[in-house]
Design a protein around this ligand. Structure first.
Ligand SMILES: *Cc1c(COP(=O)(O)O)cnc(C)c1O
Length: 422
């Protein structure tokens, strides 16, 4: 199997690990910034193009702020994510609120921030009317149902709880215009972790056609079209990253062949990528703490599913490198496991790795999105620290590891009756 390159060497990790016990996640600042710039460059042809970072992927405020420095807005779907924006000073149309199964309170918080409100259903228009002022800009999330396939991560669109039908879209825009909303966007999020440019272009084409139909049917002209997120991560070494330039120019051709002749241009394009912005630039650093053989061979590491649940949850592949041994032959076949009392607490099943020994540092690649953010405390395994480093070899901690005090913070032991033992 071809190797995946690491943007750091053993020296850096040894320097960090001297003060920061494993496991921890470390993000590569230059990688994240470059990805943000590359995406903006691919859409430089579109005046006002805006990427909104899907905060749920990596909700660390340092990362959200760093991406904001690169011109990114924030795509939020929960109150905590909106509060993150508020505390970072990300407000107004730099915030996109794309929620589902939403409460009035959530709309209030988003609207107070001045966010673009991306409605999951026309039923929510009623809630908008209860706000103390109407949102300046509203968009709807289109779900194409049986017209599109989706993929494993996001599911089959017609089975997906997200978004509304074509008829609901027409009804929604007409109704919003009627109650006095004046600025509109349009949105869909149909694929996730997609490495095929054509699948992403299909979403653009579908939305451009729909924008034209919305104009014909309701008279509403959308001023922005949000292509959603979904740019994939090349998790496997044999996969290649998506060609952002090719994607950007593919969208440009569709824009010119559809929106321009329909008289709808200029339209600002938007995206709300999460995974692609940070996924490849985060590494879960863990240490081999045990090795055992029973019916299979196991390498036990000090990270577990609570640091990265994608392999356990969807059988997702994450490449694993043994630091300092990347050029050695992959002579053992192992499962790489954590310590949870759950048999799906495995980072890899039947993986070929170089010979390992206790104390080796194991690097789990592409853990920068949906890694720490999906962390949980089951079995009393706590969430790790997050750090960031740059190409100059500087590093800093951007979130400390949880402690047992954090774990017990929500319980008042003094209210627990003292056990009577005889
Ligand atoms: C998760 C999510 C995204 C980001 O998806 P990626 O596949 O990480 O790019 C964008 N929009 C919405 C509404 C989401 O829920």
């Amino acid at each position: 199997m071809p190797a995946k390159t690491l943007p750091f060497d053993r020296t850096l990790i040894d320097r960090i690990a001297a003060d920061h016990p494993t496991p921890f996640v470390i993000y590569h600042e230059d990688g994240i910034r470059k990805r943000a710039r590359d995406l903006n460059a691919a859409f430089a042809w579109n005046e006002g193009f805006q990427q909104y970072f899907a905060v749920k992927a990596t909700p660390n405020p340092h990362i959200v702020a760093m991406l904001a420095e690169e011109g990114s807005g924030a795509d939020c779907s929960s109150v905590a994510e909106l509060i993150t924006c508020r505390r970072l000073g990300i407000t107004g149309h730099d915030v996109m609120f794309t929620s589902n199964n939403t409460t009035l309170e959530e709309f209030e918080i988003a609207n107070d921030l001045g966010a673009i409100i991306n409605l999951d259903t026309p039923h929510h228009i009623e809630q908008l009317q209860q706000l103390d002022h109407l949102p300046e800009m509203v968009s709807f999330r289109f779900n194409p149902g049986p017209e599109r396939q989706g993929n494993v991560i996001i599911g089959d669109p017609k089975e997906a709880k997200f978004g509304c039908t074509r008829e609901q879209i027409f009804e929604g825009y007409a109704k919003c215009a009627e109650i006095g909303i004046t600025r509109f966007g349009l949105h869909a999020m149909v694929v996730s972790n997609e490495l095929n440019v054509d699948a992403l272009l299909q979403t653009a084409e579908m939305l451009f056609d729909l924008a034209i139909q919305i104009h014909e049917r309701t008279g509403v002209k959308v001023e922005c079209i949000n292509l959603g997120g979904g740019i994939g991560v090349a998790y496997r070494p044999e996969q290649s990253e998506i060609d952002l330039q090719a994607f950007g120019s593919g969208v440009q051709s569709l824009y010119e062949s559809k929106l321009v002749p329909a008289g709808l241009a200029p339209v600002r394009l938007m995206m709300e990528n999460g995974r692609a912005m940070t996924g490849p630039y985060g590494f879960l650093i863990s240490k081999v703490i045990n090795q055992k053989s029973s019916y299979k061979n196991y390498v036990g590491v000090d990270a577990c599913m609570s640091n990265l649940m994608r392999p356990g949850m969807y059988g997702a592949y994450h490449h694993i490198s043994v630091l300092g041994k990347t050029s050695e032959p992959e002579s053992q076949l192992v499962d790489v496991v954590g310590s949870l009392c759950e048999n799906n607490d495995k980072f890899a099943i039947d993986r070929h790795l170089p010979e390992t020994e206790v104390g080796d540092i194991v690097v789990i690649h592409d853990a920068g999105a949906h890694g720490h953010s999906m962390g949980f405390q089951y079995n009393g395994r706590l969430r790790s620290a997050e750090l960031i480093f740059n190409d100059a070899g500087e590093f800093r901690q951007i979130r400390r590891a949880e402690t047992f005090d954090d774990y017990f913070a929500t319980v008042d032991f003094s209210s627990v009756p003292v056990l009577a033992r005889t």
